[in-house]
Ligand binder design. Sequence first.
Ligand SMILES: Cc1cc2nc3c(=O)[nH]c(=O)nc-3n(C[C@H](O)[C@H](O)[C@H](O)COP(=O)(O)O)c2cc1C
Length: 188
Amino acid sequence: MLPGWSAGEEKPLPAPVMTGGMPLLEAIAQRHSVRDYDTTRAIDDQTLADILWVAWGVNSYGKRTVPTSRGLQNMQLFVLTPTGTWEYDGPGHKLVKVNDKNLIPLCERQDFVKNAPLHLLYTCLDDRGGENHVGSAYQNVYLYCTSRGLSTVVRAMIDKDALKAGIGLPENHLVVVHQCIGWPAPKK
Ligand SMILES: Cc1cc2nc3c(=O)[nH]c(=O)nc-3n(C[C@H](O)[C@H](O)[C@H](O)COP(=O)(O)O)c2cc1C
């Protein structure tokens, strides 16, 4: 995914699909963490765009898809890929390349992680509600994944200091959680 781009480059995303899906209450009823992924199936650009939008995009009220304390938009959402790190720009609904590093190994304290085709990293600029905002965002992603038939789990077992250094985040920023996402593994 996203090979051949340089730091600072922007990748526009398909417009998010803001209608349809599973009824909300059914998605809530079926939400659960899944740690087995189909290693042969990538996440297509439309699905990636929809995931990023539900997590931290701008909705039809011109609001973020998650509430933020005092309206502080102090969360950041990164996509980690084998060929580099990207930041999601919600208002611009695009990805901006941060570096050419593969930071996924810094999230691989559990074996299943390497099998996921999509890796999100949530950080916040400060502790003024930032971790709560992250929680709202990853729950939105859980519900989207349930609706879309995707598997996901949010994870705190990551090397936060190394990730902060790898992205080049200031010392006072917080690396909060990683979320891996993929299509369900074929039934054994
Ligand atoms: C803040 C947070 C951190 C978590 N960290 C991990 C983790 O590092 N590894 C993991 O496998 N699951 C992790 N989980 C997932 C939980 O283990 C999972 O949500 C819990 O077992 C309940 O299962 P359920 O999500 O299917 O309801 C985390 C969940 C949360 C909310």
